[in-house]
Design a protein around this ligand. Structure first.
Ligand code: DX5
Ligand code: ZN
Length: 237
């Protein structure tokens, strides 16, 4: 995990490197491109939260917004699909400029959805809710590029980090290491300068942060501060 600088372009970077992924959920949707531009230098990926009103109660954005943002930034788009039927929209997201899509293992049909994502050239992610056990993702570890361990129950920004999830992050990291697998481990929810090093110490390498970045007056400084805090874990400081 030596990510010394933010990645550039739509390159996902080297698997396992530390990455900061600001979540646009906490940005001002009326000024999206401008807000993304403010964090571009400090971000590795842009995390785009898609909520369908079924898998989670909230409704956010879809492929047209991804397509609009794509015209304004070369950042890698890490699309988190909190949807019951993502298969209906994967092609639209790929066409819109999504680079990676992460869908939830809780919705089932996982093998078919992974095949569909690969066919579209997407980087493949699988997400687990805080109360979904490691065993739910274990069979797919050899088929995915990323495992997202939610550190809040999905649906809203600004919730508190659930520390109990760290045991699962450690399980995923142990399995990835044991299998010499090329898999990133992402955490999402309540990540800030205090929790980032906790998550990295447990084995996470991709840190999503919404309110701790876009909720701050200088979001680029907030993203840099989270990166610096993360590097203090595992003696990297
Ligand atoms: C929550 C979303 C998160 C959200 C995190 O369902 O998946 O990506 O933006 O927000 P914070 O960082 O504010 O907890
Ligand atoms: Zn998310």
């Amino acid at each position: 995990m030596e990510g010394s600088t933010a990645t550039t372009g739509r390159d996902p970077g080297r698997t396992g490197d530390l990455r900061i992924a600001p979540s646009v959920l906490s940005a001002d949707f009326g000024l999206l491109a401008e807000q993304v531009g403010e964090v571009a230098q400090a971000a590795d990926w842009l995390h785009v939260d898609v909520m369908d009103g079924h898998f989670v109660p909230n409704v956010t954005i879809g492929p047209p917004v991804v397509a609009s943002l794509r015209r304004h930034t070369p950042l890698f788009f890490d699309c988190h699909l909190m949807m019951t039927e993502p298969g209906r929209y994967l092609k639209d997201f790929a066409d819109a400029g999504a680079d990676g899509c992460t869908l939830h293992v809780e919705i089932g049909n996982t093998d078919e959805l992974i095949t569909q994502m690969r066919g579209l050239g997407l980087r493949v992610g699988l997400a687990l809710n805080p109360d979904t056990p490691f065993e739910a993702v274990q069979p797919y570890l050899g088929d995915v590029d990323l495992v997202l361990c939610m550190t809040v129950f999905p649906g809203f920004g600004g919730q508190s980090f659930i520390g109990d999830v760290m045991a699962k992050v450690t399980q995923v990291r142990a399995a990835v290491t044991a299998g010499a697998l090329e898999v990133d481990i992402e955490v999402d929810g309540g990540i800030d300068t205090t929790t980032a090093p906790v998550a990295v110490a447990a084995g996470a390498n991709v840190l999503v942060a919404g309110s701790a970045i876009f909720g701050q007056p200088k979001p680029w400084e907030a993203a840099d501060a989270i990166r610096a805090a993360a590097r203090t874990a595992n003696g990297q400081g």
